[in-house]
Ligand binder design. Structure first.
Ligand SMILES: [Zn+2]
Length: 452
């Protein structure tokens, strides 16, 4: 029994132990579950924190994008403002420019007006002085003598006055008359606008205008012969013109071939230019060509070789050194009268275009633009003063100067237009007066250079 009880106790004890162990296991299971739950929670917390981190990153990126966007907006607004400022400045500049142009136009208008007043004043002086002279000569000599006399006589259709009876004229010396035969589009004033390769595109008027001069020379009460410095380019195109000039009793001389300025050529180019022209003109005219005149009087201090080359190429005289101050040519230190220039290859005679010494300055009065600029009585007075001092002068003119209807060169600068177009309509009458008032022969006659 005791054993049974013992065994029962033992059995109960083992049951209790078993229950205890079961409880312990359940506890451990609970603890394990708890730890599992805890672990899971930490995982969730980690994920949550990761998600939060990503979210904050996204927020940061978003703020950055928003910041960049605002920066771009700010830059854009700045650019817009700068552009608006630039536009305003441009508008202001345009307004200032328009104002300046308006002012310039006003100045030009004023200048035009001043020139007109100046010209009108000279013309009034011209007319009044000539009427006075007319009166004095009528009173003293009982003859009409003046350019106005010519025009009055023509207007009234009466016989022109007898110039040979003008008492001073018989005492006058011989001067040289010369023509630079070139066309209106070849002149130095337009050289920057018209290239020599385009010369052929312009209407040529040189033949008709040269004939006009030839006719005026022939129709003078005492026919005049002179020297025609012909441009080689013109001679090549119009050989009959050179022959006609020569046949009508005038001297043929050289004006170079392409109207290039001497100081813009090399020595070799210059030699070729003057040689080619001389050979062509000699062949066409049958004359020995001994005279040269540089385009735009361009033998200057910078071309000390020019005269030597002219001697070497067979020229005996030159008429290219203008003893004046000028923006394009001239040598104010050169002698005013005929002089010999000795070169390494021989001597050449220089006949400078007419210049008078007034107010401490050398004033050009030899022809061309100066002949058109100064009223005729001023030119005549100055030229006469050269003769009174015992020296002859050489006068020069261009065929286009007797052609007021020549085509106008578009877009030419004001200075070139002034030089070229001034008083073209007055040249013919002035020339006729000049031919009446002075005695003229070719240059070679004055220089006493006879050729074989
Ligand atoms: Zn010329």
């Amino acid at each position: 029994m005791v054993v049974g009880i013992y065994q029962l106790v033992i059995g109960n004890y083992q049951l209790v132990v078993g229950i205890y162990q079961l409880v312990i296991d359940i506890y451990q299971l609970a603890v394990g579950n708890y730890q599992l739950v805890i672990g899971n929670d930490q995982g969730v917390i980690g994920i949550y924190q990761l998600v939060m981190g990503i979210y904050q990153l996204a927020v940061g990126i978003y703020q950055l994008v928003v910041g960049i966007y605002q920066l771009v907006i700010d830059i854009y607004q700045l650019v817009i403002e700068i552009l608006q400022s630039v536009i305003e400045i441009c508008q202001l500049a345009v307004e200032i420019l328009q104002l300046a142009i308006g002012f310039l136009q006003l100045v030009i208008e004023f200048l035009h007006l001043a020139v007109e007043v100046f010209r009108l004043t000279f013309e009034v002086l011209h007319i009044s002085i000539y009427f006075d002279i007319l009166f004095i000569f009528r009173f003293v000599f009982g003859k009409i003598y003046s350019p106005c006399g010519i025009s009055i006589a023509r207007r009234k259709n009466i016989k022109p006055p007898e110039y040979d009876q003008f008492p001073i004229k018989s005492k006058m010396m011989l001067n040289a008359f010369s023509v630079d035969v070139e066309d209106y589009y070849q002149v130095g004033a337009f050289a920057g606008m018209i290239s020599p390769k385009d010369w052929g595109l312009w209407e040529s008027r040189v033949v008709a205008n040269t004939r006009k001069i030839l006719d005026i020379l022939d129709s003078n009460p005492k026919p005049v012969s002179g020297t025609f410095f012909v441009l080689g380019w013109i001679a090549e195109r119009f050989p009959d013109l050179v022959r006609e000039i020569a046949n009508r009793g005038h001297e043929i001389a050289s004006h170079g071939f392409m109207h290039q300025l001497v100081y813009e050529m090399t020595e070799a180019e210059f030699r070729n230019d003057v040689r080619r022209t001389r050979l062509l003109l000699q062949e066409q005219s049958g004359q020995s060509v001994i005279g040269y005149r540089a385009p735009s009087f361009s033998i200057v201090k910078r071309t000390p070789w020019a005269h030597r080359i002219l001697v070497e190429e067979g020229y005996c005289y030159d008429s290219s050194v203008f003893p004046i101050h000028h923006d394009l040519h001239g040598n104010a230190d050169a002698p005013l009268e005929i002089h010999d220039i000795t070169t390494e290859s021989g001597m050449i005679r220089e006949f400078p275009p007419a210049v008078v010494r007034r107010f401490g300055q050398n004033l050009p009065t030899g022809g061309g633009g100066y002949f058109r600029f100064f009223p005729y009585f001023v030119t005549a007075h100055w030229l006469r003063s050269i003769n009174i001092s015992g020296k002859p002068f050489v006068f020069y003119i261009h065929p286009w100067e007797l052609d007021p209807k020549q085509p106008q060169i578009p877009k030419a600068p004001l200075k070139s237009r002034f030089r070229h177009y001034l008083n073209l309509h007055r040249t013919e009458l002035r020339l006729k007066c000049l031919l009446n008032d002075f005695n003229f022969v070719p240059v070679r006659n004055i220089l006493k250079l006879e050729t074989s």
